[in-house]
Design a protein. Structure first.
Length: 147
């Protein structure tokens, strides 16, 4: 498992290259267009973020301060507003794919020099269908978290 390899500091640039190629293969063959693209519309993105902010209000004072919550919420709203055109271009360029939706080190298995991605979100299209950049960023954040 990639997580165990990270913990043992057994991950190198070659393995990351194989992982990147495997993820690119997944996205190259993934569905896009009608039925997928609408999950990355500005309306859909705003709804997902707003749902997240409503759900995370319960954590204010425990894992996040009210100021951090409000600041993050404001940042997201400003980002979406400032990048509306770019987000629409990403849809037009076919960058929205029916991908994994939850790609992190615990969802990557390395066996016999092959990389396997598993445990995708099958139960929720709006979590799984997203910009390929979001999926790469999700994995990158997890890798960064693990050093």
């Amino acid at each position: 498992m990639l997580l165990a390899l990270l913990e043992r500091r057994m991950v190198d640039e070659r393995l990351m290259d194989r992982l990147a190629r495997r993820l690119a293969q997944l996205h190259a063959g993934a569905a896009t267009g009608a039925g997928v693209d609408e999950h990355s519309s500005l309306t859909s993105l705003r709804a997902n973020w707003n749902e997240n902010f409503v759900q995370t209000k319960a954590f204010i004072g425990r894992t996040i301060s009210a100021e951090q919550h409000a600041s993050t919420h404001a940042y997201v709203n400003e980002f979406l507003e400032a990048n509306t055109e770019l987000l629409e271009q990403r849809i037009q360029q076919g960058r929205i794919r029916d991908g994994h939706g939850d790609l992190h080190a615990g969802s990557v298995c390395v066996a016999h020099r092959r990389v396997y991605l598993f445990d995708c979100i099958e139960f929720n299209d709006r979590f799984r269908c997203a910009d390929v950049a979001a999926e790469v960023a999700f994995l990158a954040m997890d890798l960064e978290h693990h050093g």
